[in-house]
Design a protein around this ligand. Structure first.
Ligand code: GLU
Length: 488
């Protein structure tokens, strides 16, 4: 049973780069689990590896989490600012004889490893050379400035077990773990020590993370045991794989969340798709909003087999979410997107406003796969001086003959001008019921679209007419008609 009153989860990224798909999935699961049970979601930046971590990477991770809407209730806590804390705990373990200083030089340890390796040993444990140093002597040597690390004294024998929410019972023999380092010679904690201390200090009750961390778990459990505190409950979720069934990485293309934002994916689609990478509701339902997910998320439905990341599927979700978005939200989102990421999207000043933008995006219907598709479908609606590409003119000449097309467009212009009602339905019925050069309706629509859009794709052409308005339509139809008349 999950004690709903005290659920605390955390996302604990190491800031080595952008937030990637795998990290975002981990963050989302922890967020959903906390929200589902009315608990708290903590953000903790594990930045003690100064050589590999950067402040820019931390910022980028925060930005992507905010973009996804994974707002944390506490934090961000930075491990780099908490070193005193870790050293305090290390002191406690030292004073209780549960840890000891190790003064062995790196060269000696390397030689030891070499020797064991040469002897065919695969498990290369520290030989406990410093365990015998008396506490007084150890303290003296440290005070005299000698370099040392602090090692955890692994209890001999016994097993370390936990009940994983994904894998069930997991057991490790204590003996396979050596006296691992908890504090490095620069007084920085090692990963396993800092994680355990923080999970304890921050009252974390549930840890959902990638199953690449399973082998770290016994070390963390050993520390909880030594401190005499309860360990969190773990869920080690399967890795995300690329199409070739190897761990998803840069080789498979873009994995950073910023890439997906810039490419025109909406956060609703990412949240939806990421949730399905290692979790399923009923095996059928796939479309979820964040609210649905919070309601339906369950630790009982984690998958055991690795999920394969499929960009086509993500694209499908993107299209579905764009389709179902309220008109005003969608317009705002698309407008911000083109302004931020499409410097070559053109606006004549009079068409650069939200009301007009919304009237255009409203008629795009289900066409958009990516936010940027608004350019391909509707750029022509935001500018007045459109140019007709030669290949379009050539195609019309070939399919209709220039004189027929020119005359047909002239008639279309007259009929449109006579419309008393410029609504899509009225315009359509008017043009459907007119005889124009013996052309069938799809041929008429093609000419109309060519003249208004200067291309062969657009939203519904009568809706386009209605939004462009009488004057702009009239000018465009006549312009193309004139061009065709002048062809020989
Ligand atoms: N900082 C670790 C990582 O980014 C995660 C630690 C954890 O979840 O326990 O892989």
């Amino acid at each position: 049973m999950i004690d709903e009153k005290r659920v605390v989860t955390r996302f604990a990224p190491s800031p080595t780069g952008f937030l990637h798909i795998g990290g975002a999935r981990t963050a989302l699961f922890n967020y959903l689990f906390a929200k589902k049970y009315g608990g708290k979601f903590i953000l903790r930046i594990e930045d003690t590896d100064t050589a590999r971590n950067s402040a820019e990477a931390s910022e980028a991770i925060l930005t992507s989490l905010r973009w996804l809407g994974l707002d944390w209730d506490e934090g961000p806590f930075y491990q780099s600012q908490r070193t005193a804390q870790y050293n305090r705990y290390a002191q406690k373990l030292l004073s209780e004889g549960k840890a000891y200083r190790c003064f062995c030089a790196g060269e000696r340890l390397e030689a030891l490893r070499e020797e064991k390796r040469a002897g065919g040993e695969s498990h290369i444990a520290y030989d406990r050379a410093c365990l015998g140093i008396s506490p007084e002597k150890s303290l003296k040597r440290s005070e005299s400035g000698e370099k040392y690390v602090v090692r955890f004294k692994m209890p001999a024998g016994g097993t370390l077990s936990f009940n994983d929410m994904v894998h069930g019972a997991v057991n490790f023999q204590n003996d396979v773990l050596d006296d691992f380092i908890i504090i490095k010679s620069d007084a920085m904690p090692t990963y396993n020590f800092a994680v355990a201390i923080d999970d304890h200090e921050m009252n974390v009750t549930h840890v959902i993370r990638g199953d690449d961390h399973i082998s770290n778990t016994p070390k963390q459990l050993a520390i909880f045991n030594a401190l005499g505190v309860e360990a969190p409950v773990y869920a080690h979720v399967p890795m995300i794989l690329g199409g070739d069934k190897t761990k998803l990485s840069k080789r498979h293309g873009a994995t950073s969340l910023t890439y997906y934002e810039e490419a025109g994916y909406v956060k609703e689609a990412l949240v939806n798709y990421l949730a399905l990478l290692g979790w399923a509701f009923d095996g059928k339902t796939e479309f979820f909003t964040m609210d649905d997910l919070i309601e339906k998320f369950s630790e009982k439905k984690f998958g055991r087999t690795p999920a394969v990341f499929d960009i086509k599927k993500l694209e499908f979700f993107n299209q579905s979410h764009l389709k179902t978005m309220p008109s005003e939200t969608k317009a705002g989102l698309l407008y911000n997107y083109v302004k931020k990421y499409m410097p070559d999207f053109r606006f004549d000043e009079k068409y650069d406003n939200m009301d007009y933008f919304r009237s255009v995006t409203d008629i795009l219907g289900d066409r958009l796969k990516l936010a940027g598709d608004v350019k391909a479908y509707a750029q022509f609606m935001f500018i007045d001086d459109i140019e007709y590409p030669q290949d379009l003119i050539d195609k019309i000449i070939k399919d209709y003959g220039a004189p027929v097309a020119a005359r047909a467009l002239g008639l279309i212009a007259d009929i449109a001008a006579s419309a008393t009602d410029y609504s899509p339905a009225a315009l359509e019925s008017l043009l459907r019921n007119s005889a124009i050069e013996n052309l069938n309706f799809s041929k008429i629509a093609f000419l109309l679209r060519s003249s208004l859009a200067a291309q062969t794709v657009s939203p519904g052409i009568f809706e386009v007419m209605s939004v462009l308005g009488r004057k702009r339509c009239d000018a465009r139809i006549k312009k193309l008609s004139d061009i065709l008349r002048k062809q020989n």
